[in-house]
Write a protein of this length. Structure first.
Length: 461
């Protein structure tokens, strides 16, 4: 579902490939939905189940009533179907709506799916979270942002972030707004009811991409040609959704030629410096270019880096980190000479193509890092005003520290991505809403990757 045009399929398969390129689920893969004459499939999407298997979702009119169902299947690491053979029905009123990346990992072996549904009076955009057994964990959540070419990513805390374009109409002309919304792991909307506004400089052709880095900051990228100028912009948001760069974002390239960002053309990197890939029509062809920004939005490469300028039509670039501050870009082409093909290119943190740097962008002192994750006893214990909880992490990972009362009810949660080393959390005896808790025995529990440990503390007023 990374292409701006609806694509239909005759059948749906899944395959798992290891690091050596070996197919693990048989030569032909796992058949999820077989070919049936006159019954096309659409909207295929997949994400990891966190246990070397996968969740796969697709649209299909299986019962022949003219309406598509959104179906899902979980495949275990050894290639077995975990849900009913015909797939689990998420909704029987599915609408293909050009959603980019509609399925993401929801943490703890769960999946989050974003879809359009016609079961109500109007088309609604909804979110649902499913666990590994196929149970719905949320009620249907209508997302108050109605984007074109919208994209969803995991917030790495069990929730999701959705970005795209919504529009309003004042009776004279429509206004197109680039916006974003965040949903927590319990399905609660965290930002404004209609999402936060990133810029009102958009049009009905604007495409949007979004990235979250290890610090929990977001980078939203969009193209804009509403004023007659064509360009690509980026805005940085903190974990609370507050813009960190100038209003309307940072302009990537001053060359006024048609540009576009459809596809995941933004690379997560080790630091706060994103690598952004976009399509640009500079030489009469649809070429790919890249630029890298630092943490305050300044360009790190003096010139736009041409990723591919062949005389072909490059489409739907995907970018990932090369783990050294650069990026690896993959795309497919329609060329007059070579026909259809899939291509890849690496660009280093210095902006050079094919320059593979062995040393990471950040100095690592592995000898000083703890070899395992450890949760320490809080101090002082008992406490009456403030307690300090310390723990050590052996690697970069998402951490959740939760305090429970003696009945097991959640009191407060500290939730963030953290680097290896020693960390401290201060708790003043208040709940998530800021209210003071009663005296008594409390349990604090650390979740860090697969590590889970608990200890007791006593609060005395």
């Amino acid at each position: 579902m990374g292409d701006p045009y609806e694509v239909t399929y005759n059948a749906v398969y899944a395959q798992r490939i290891d690091s050596s390129g070996t197919k693990l689920w048989g030569d032909a893969g796992i058949e999820l939905s077989p070919f049936v004459e006159g019954k096309d499939k659409t909207g295929v999407s997949a994400c990891s189940d966190g246990n070397k298997g996968a969740f796969v979702f697709w649209g299909e009119d299986q019962d022949g009533n003219g309406a598509f169902e959104l179906r899902g299947q979980r495949i275990t690491s050894d290639g077995q179907l975990a849900w009913p053979d015909t797939g689990l029905v998420v909704t029987d009123n599915f609408i293909f709506d050009n959603i980019s990346n509609p399925a993401v990992c929801g943490g703890s072996g769960n999946a989050i799916i974003l879809y359009s549904d016609s079961s109500e009076t109007n088309w609604d955009t909804k979110l649902q979270k499913l666990n590994s057994q196929g149970y719905f964990l949320w009620d249907d959540n209508s997302v108050a942002i109605y984007p074109v070419g919208r994209q969803m990513i995991s917030d790495k805390r069990g929730g999701a972030i959705i970005a795209g374009v919504r529009w309003t109409f004042d009776g004279i002309s429509p206004e197109y707004i680039v916006g974003a919304q965040r949903i927590d792991r319990k399905g609660q909307v965290l930002w404004e009811e209609n999402g936060i506004t990133i810029t009102k400089n958009a049009d009905d052709q604007t495409d949007v991409n979004v990235l979250i880095n290890k610090d929990g900051n977001l980078f939203v990228i969009w193209d804009d040609s509403h004023s007659g100028q064509s360009n690509v912009y980026v805005q940085k948001l903190n974990p609370e959704g507050l813009p960190q760069w100038p209003n309307n974002g940072v302009m990537l390239s001053k060359i006024n030629l048609l540009k576009g960002v459809f596809g995941n053309g933004i690379a997560p990197v080790e630091t706060s410096n994103p690598v952004v890939i976009w399509k640009g029509w500079r030489n009469g062809d649809n070429d790919l270019f890249g630029q890298k920004l630092n943490s305050i939005g300044l360009k790190l490469w003096s010139d736009d880096v041409p990723i591919s300028t062949r005389e072909h039509y490059q489409r739907v670039p995907k970018a990932i980190s090369d783990n050294s501050g650069g990026a690896i870009v993959c795309w497919y082409e329609i060329g007059t000479g070579s026909g259809w093909g899939i291509f890849a290119q690496q660009v280093s943190r210095n902006g050079n193509l094919g320059e593979v740097l062995k040393t990471s962008i950040s100095q690592r002192h592995s000898s000083s890092l703890p070899s395992q994750t450890i949760l320490h006893q809080s101090y002082p214990n008992p406490f009456n005003s403030e307690v300090i909880i310390k723990y050590k992490l052996s690697k970069n990972q998402h951490v959740r520290l939760t305090v429970y009362d003696i009945t097991g009810k959640e009191v407060i949660t500290f939730d963030q991505n953290q680097s290896p080393g020693l960390h401290r959390v201060k708790w003043q005896g208040k709940n998530q809403k800021g209210g003071e808790v009663t005296s008594g025995i409390y349990l604090y529990r650390l979740f860090a990757g697969r590590f889970v440990d608990s200890k007791k503390l006593i609060y005395v007023k």
